[in-house]
Design a protein around this ligand. Sequence first.
Ligand code: SF4
Ligand code: SF4
Length: 244
Amino acid sequence: MAVINKEKCTGCKICQTYCTVDAIIYDGDNHKCYIDQNRCTECYVCLRQKVCPREAIESIELDNFYKQFQHVISDPVENHGVTGVTGRGTEEVKTNDVSGRVKKGEVGVCIDMGRPGMGVFLRDASKVAMALADVGVELLPAEHTPLGALMKDLKTGELVEECLDYHLLSVIVEGKCQESQLKDVLVTLQKVEKEIDTVFSLGLILRVDENGQTEAMSCLDELGIPQPYRGKVNVGLGRPLCLD
Ligand code: SF4
Ligand code: SF4
């Protein structure tokens, strides 16, 4: 856990400009900075980059499972113990060319919540996961995506109460549905975005025809959701393509 040693801190505020979520607070009465532990994501940017000229930022042991989870997901150089993936601990559905999780007729749904500067509380991730589950999205289990380990039940998407107040730099809610369910999923996301206190981006993973087209995307036009013409493909660095 990142903490500031009051004895060493001179209150120069240099560290504030490096914090990814504005969790370092200046205490004008004492002319010191301290870390707001309710907001800190344990991303360890301040520690890794050695931003303090007085070496006043120190780490102490992460004292419970949720703190460790918060750190592993928020620190991009950490490797997630179950999935074995660095970053946010998931290969994400954009690796579908090699993982083959999303089959023909299905849509992979990838909600990328939070951003540097803002972060995401797990209570908001729980709201999004519950909304998706409610319209029939099949959420990914813990062996594929870290958030699965915090769900009471994949069928409801609800996260355990103990984790809800933890703040992460970013987290991904993942699942898949049938193409015929996509419009309901999008309408649900349009509703739930008004109930959460962060931003998210939506990734949809579909199999396209030989012309690169799919009818399933037409519902985006119906709902006035722009289709950005850009792509991100992870070819799996030598892993064989999934052809089924
Ligand atoms: S950079 Fe170091 S000395 Fe300066 S305010 Fe931050 S913790 Fe204190
Ligand atoms: S660990 Fe990350 S969130 Fe916490 S104070 Fe350091 S930079 Fe900010």
